[in-house]
Design a protein around this ligand. Structure first.
Ligand code: EPU
Length: 419
């Protein structure tokens, strides 16, 4: 175990290049199970969750070679092996094994997912989708058992526009007989990325990125080459960090359209932003206006940037309000920020943040984005050293974080954490 040490107070300056999107990568790797020949994924982020997924595919008999940002997956040898325990328990997105294995073998046994548990995260909409496609689904001792004689297309209306359920249904329905329609589908860019890969593999999916997705099932899917979209949450985190430290940072390899909600909110606070084709420059200011932020599904302000944004709002004048309409209680970063001197109180699904100076403290990341929030907070503190433990959470979503921050001029390093 390690902790992150931050001697803050330096404006971030320079250029940071963003890697491929974590939340795409961990859906695209299991999607490769549906092919019968090699799938090559490019622009892959170097993250612990990606490594766990490679391990899962290898345990099933797949061949995975991973070099730098490219992964080659030969899924031809994959067998229908039950996975009630083991690496599937280490990450949340192992739920995609359900849709992918069901699509390929009409059966799967997958242990209930682990991952960042900032609040209970149900998968009832995934299960509803599998059942609509003709699968029987039971929970036996903490593992989900799925079985279908044959998958048949269906019309599925999601009660909540869930990213995971939308992708999981696309995976299984790609190999079902007939047409599937997902209504109230999630519209996140990662959904489009997964549909693009599946279509390159021979699937027939239309409407990804809108609330109605149509899938015509096919019997065969083949390998292909696919480049993963840039990680909009990593990009947004660096944008917020640049603003919080009153820096001047070019964030490169991004799709500015995916970042419109955060760009608009930063500008409303008084941050200067310049957009280019594939990069965004963020120029911080001494003083920021308070703002209200509502975290919503895409294209709204991303819930995954809600915690980093909390740290930035401690730097604004007056009182800001930040509400999360995706998760009702994603505020585990707040007590830690309060330890750093922040004046924040949580009321229902909102955090009310009074601007003011932070001080160095020993704090603990309890999930990935809470960790990012604490790092940003530490970067704003000009006296003393902030210690952030729980770095293993941050490593799930930010590759080369220390290297990147150091290149931007931050005084950040890792140290072994005392147990
Ligand atoms: N929900 C249900 N039932 C379901 C599924 C979801 O009630 O069957 C609810 C959730 O409790 C939540 C809302 O619907 O309130 C949205 O959840 P969603 O299913 O969209 O989330 P997810 O697919 O589990 C992904 C990302 C999260 C990100 C959310 C929202 C992955 C692996 N995870 O989770 O990313 O917060 O979408 O955009 O793609 C992160 O990167 O830090 C992270 C947590």
């Amino acid at each position: 175990m390690e902790k992150l040490m931050i001697r803050g107070g330096r404006p971030l300056q320079g250029t940071v290049t963003i890697s491929g999107a974590k939340n795409s990568a961990i859906a695209l790797i299991p999607a490769a199970i549906l092919a019968d020949t090699e799938v090559v994924l490019e622009n892959l982020p170097l993250l612990s969750d990606v490594a766990v997924y490679a391990e899962i595919l290898e345990e099933l008999g797949g061949q995975v070679s991973w070099e730098g940002s490219q992964m080659k997956i030969d899924p031809s040898g994959i067998k229908s092996i039950p996975m009630p325990n083991g690496p599937v328990k280490k990450l949340r997105a192992s739920y995609y094994m359900m849709g992918a294995m069901l699509g390929r073998f009409n059966e799967a046994i997958i242990g209930l997912p682990g991952g960042c548990n900032f609040e209970p995260r149900p998968i009832d909409q995934h299960i509803k989708g599998f059942e609509a496609l003709g699968a029987t689904v039971t929970n036996e001792h903490g593992a989900i058992h799925l079985h279908a004689k044959e998958l048949r297309g269906a019309k599925i209306y999601l009660d909540v526009s869930s990213v995971g359920a939308t992708i999981n249904i696309m995976l299984a329905a790609s190999k079902a007989k007939g047409s599937t329609i997902i209504e109230n589908a999630a519209k996140e860019p990662e959904i489009i990325d997964v549909a693009t890969l599946l279509n390159s593999m021979g699937a027939v999916i239309k409407g990804a990125g809108t609330e109605t997705i149509r899938i015509e099932g096919v019997s065969e899917m083949h390998g292909c080459r696919h480049s993963i979209i840039p990680d909009r949450i990593q990009a947004g985190t660096y944008m917020i960090a640049a603003a919080a430290t009153r820096g001047d940072v070019v964030i490169d390899n991004v799709i500015p359209k995916h970042l419109e909600a955060v760009t608009a909110k930063l500008m409303e606070m008084g941050v200067d932003i310049e957009e280019l084709d594939e990069s965004i420059r963020v120029i911080g200011k001494e003083r920021y206006e308070h703002v209200n932020v509502k975290a919503l599904v895409y294209p709204g302000f991303a819930t995954d940037l809600q915690s980093p944004m909390t740290s930035l709002l401690t730097q604004a004048e007056g009182v800001s309000m930040l509400s999360d309409f995706v998760y009702s209680n994603r505020f585990k970063h707040v007590p830690e920020l309060v330890r750093m001197g922040a004046k924040i109180r949580v009321e229902g699904r909102s955090a009310i943040i009074e601007g003011g100076k932070l001080n160095a403290a020993k704090v603990k990341a309890t999930d990935l984005r809470a960790g990012a929030a604490l790092v940003i907070a530490g970067l704003t503190v000009s006296e003393g050293v902030t210690e952030v433990s729980g770095v293993e959470y941050i490593d799930r979503g930010y590759d080369h974080l220390v290297t990147n921050l150091r290149m931007l001029g931050a005084d950040v390093w890792r140290e072994p954490a005392e147990e």
